[in-house]
Design a protein around this ligand. Structure first.
Ligand SMILES: Cc1ncc(COP(=O)(O)O)c(C=O)c1O
Length: 397
């Protein structure tokens, strides 16, 4: 739980937004600062975690967590920056195939990124960004509707950008199925894994995605604005895919010869632009060590137990709120989203009441409360406290 004594006791169910600090993050960051103080520029090679290879050292545990090859992962930048970079490489509109398919409720930054790329290529976002919505009266997108859309107009789609877990509803998609449908229609497919990584184990490589991007400040607990990451499937390594380039993506064997022409480093590392942001990445070192120790399958088992308890207790004690997250375990991670029916002003009052009484969850207008029991640091008592608080808030509001 957050440790600030001045805040009193708090129940923290907001790992879907900003995960809590791994205690070892302080030491990791302090070591990197000390090495800078002690070594100056010599830290590039002489630091405990040499800065020159900092991204390489992170790629292995990250790849383990994602279920892909180490050379398919690079830890760099932030999420939207990485999304723009990947779109610059993978969105190549040509002829009639120039549209991007996204979900209608996409996180705004994803929609903005996609629209700006479409405009960048001289296309019209109103025409060329296709948004798939849930069926009338439904909250969740059915994978068969995605397949049907691609069946109907797949030859116009250049790229499908899809979330691993939807940020508002908490719906987790069958990513292998999404990739099959996209690629079967001749499109490329990229995933935004902001709400998936560290939340649900999935073999990313088995999905056959062309690329993926994520942040590490949610379930990965690497701190506000922490370093993000990209996955690039190895089948794109040889193809000399067009990309926006910078010196850190150059083949490290000759990078410091300051060559006139660019030769990409092998793998996803060849998509880097700048040298590593060491202090933004340091907490991730501590966090990934924790994930390795805890084990993703064990974390998932606890997460399933927590979300099942959450769903059942809320159904019993707060039937007035409606769970919009899928009920099937395979189709959700830690986050449950609850719609508070009736007057939205009252719904907001319910949320404010919960917050004021020491439970940290969050709110999405007009009436959704999102709460996630993150298995690394939440227990059943947190879920119990939340539901009890919600029940009292509903009575009080
Ligand atoms: C699904 C999704 N995409 C994009 C973003 C934007 O992330 P950033 O500000 O790190 O670029 C977020 C942030 O929460 C997100 O949840």
């Amino acid at each position: 739980m957050p440790r600030g004594a001045q805040y009193g006791r708090r129940t923290y169910l907001c790992g879907h937004s900003l995960g809590l600090m791994p205690l070892a993050a302080r030491e990791t960051l302090a070591e990197d600062l000390e090495d800078w103080e002690r070594l100056g520029v010599l830290g590039h090679e002489g630091a405990r975690r040499p800065w020159i290879g900092y991204h390489d050292a992170l790629a292995m545990p990250m790849a383990d967590l994602l279920g892909c090859r180490t050379d398919e992962v690079v830890v760099m930048n932030s999420l939207t920056v990485n999304l723009q970079l990947m779109l610059a490489s993978f969105y190549r509109p040509a002829g009639a195939r120039r549209r991007i398919l996204i979900e209608a409720g996409a996180f705004p930054s994803d929609r903005y990124a996609v629209k700006s790329q479409v405009q960048w290529h001289g296309c019209d976002p109103r025409e060329d960004v296709l948004e798939l919505a849930p069926r009338a009266g439904e909250e969740l997108i059915r994978e068969e509707d995605l397949e049907a859309t691609l069946g109907r107009c797949g030859e116009q789609i250049a790229l499908v950008l899809w979330p691993g877990v939807q940020y508002l509803t908490g719906q987790a998609f069958d990513l292998a199925r999404v990739a099959r449908a996209a690629q079967g229609a001749g499109a490329l497919v990229g995933f935004d894994l902001a709400h998936s990584v560290g939340n649900m184990p999935f073999p990313l490589r088995d999905t056959a995605a062309d690329f993926a991007v994520w942040c590490s400040y949610k379930y990965l607990n690497a701190g506000p604005g922490a370093i993000g990451g990209c996955f690039v499937h190895s089948r794109h390594f040889e193809a000399a895919r067009p990309r926006l380039i910078g010196w850190w993506g150059h083949d490290p064997a000759t990078r410091f010869d300051m060559p006139h022409d660019f030769r990409a480093a092998a793998g996803a590392a060849g998509f880097q632009l700048s040298n590593q942001s060491v202090f933004a990445a340091a907490p991730l070192v501590a966090s990934l060590a924790l994930f390795r120790e805890a084990g993703t399958q064990r974390l998932r088992a606890k997460s399933v137990a927590l979300s099942t308890f959450f769903e059942q207790l809320s159904a019993q004690r707060t039937p007035e709120v409606r769970l919009i997250t899928p009920r099937e375990q395979a189709a959700r991670g830690a986050q449950l989203s609850l719609r508070v029916s009736g007057d939205p002003v009252r719904a907001r009052r319910v949320f404010e009441w919960i917050r004021a009484h020491g439970v940290v969850c969050d709110w999405r207008a007009p009436n959704v409360i999102r709460a996630a029991a993150a298995p690394l640091y939440n227990g059943f008592v947190d879920v119990f406290d939340f539901v009890e608080c919600l029940e009292t808030a509903l009575r009080a509001a």
